[in-house]
Design a protein around this ligand. Structure first.
Ligand SMILES: C[S@@+](CC[C@H](N)C(=O)[O-])C[C@H]1O[C@@H](n2cnc3c(N)ncnc32)[C@H](O)[C@@H]1O
Length: 187
């Protein structure tokens, strides 16, 4: 596991980018309401959503990332604020709060249903992360940090599926994302 504070000390919020799962499905966004960037890093997703008109919260373990996001939001007058949480050990006790929740490149499977709980009825969950076995050293090697085949479909089977893609090791060509899952569903 990297030391995320050291990683983000070297990076700038200006260079953070939204995940493909949200860029390629942006037509599904109503662009109003509240959004959560969960395990946000430097909030590439959160900044994108704030610029689209959402009031955004970003949660991450890294104090450095949170500090940088809050400074960026202030300088750019964005409705975005970040808080430090160790999401493996403490989750705000809330339910039915968000119109959009986005997670990219983070997995703590014990909390997957928490993502459902914090969505409002009709809210959208966007998820993109690694799955299956590690491929060409991309993403984490540990099983705990990689989705299993169809895992999100099973965990969120009570949601309305809007988009799903799971590129396995046979995927190829410039558009392929071997070993990654893209998931969008409505509560
Ligand atoms: C691979 S980065 C992804 C960041 C961002 N979502 C993105 O797509 O750029 C994983 C993030 O998870 C955060 N993280 C790791 N463990 C965490 C925990 N227990 N609680 C909250 N955030 C955590 C790290 O600080 C890091 O920002």
């Amino acid at each position: 596991m990297p030391d995320w504070n050291s990683v983000y000390a070297e990076k700038s919020v200006e260079n953070s980018t939204p995940a493909d799962v949200i860029l390629k499905n942006s037509h599904l966004l109503s662009c109003k309401g509240k959004a959560l960037d969960y395990a946000s890093g430097l909030a590439g997703n959160g900044i994108y959503l704030a610029k689209k008109g959402y009031e955004v919260k970003a949660w991450d373990l890294s104090e450095v990332a949170v500090e940088k996001i809050n400074q960026y939001a202030k300088n750019n007058s964005l409705l975005l604020s970040a808080d430090v949480y160790d999401l493996e050990n403490e989750s705000p006790k809330i339910q039915n709060q968000y119109d959009v929740v986005v997670v990219s490149y983070f997995l703590h499977r014990e909390n997957l249903r928490y993502l459902y709980d914090v969505l409002k009825k009709g809210g959208l969950l966007f998820y993109q992360t690694f799955s299956g076995l590690q491929y060409k050293e991309q993403g984490p090697a540990r099983e705990a940090f990689r989705l299993k085949k169809n895992e999100l479909l099973n965990v969120f089977s009570d949601m309305q599926l809007l988009y799903y893609r799971e590129d396995d090791e046979n995927a190829n060509g410039p558009e392929s994302k071997q070993g990654q899952v893209f998931f969008v569903a409505k509560k």
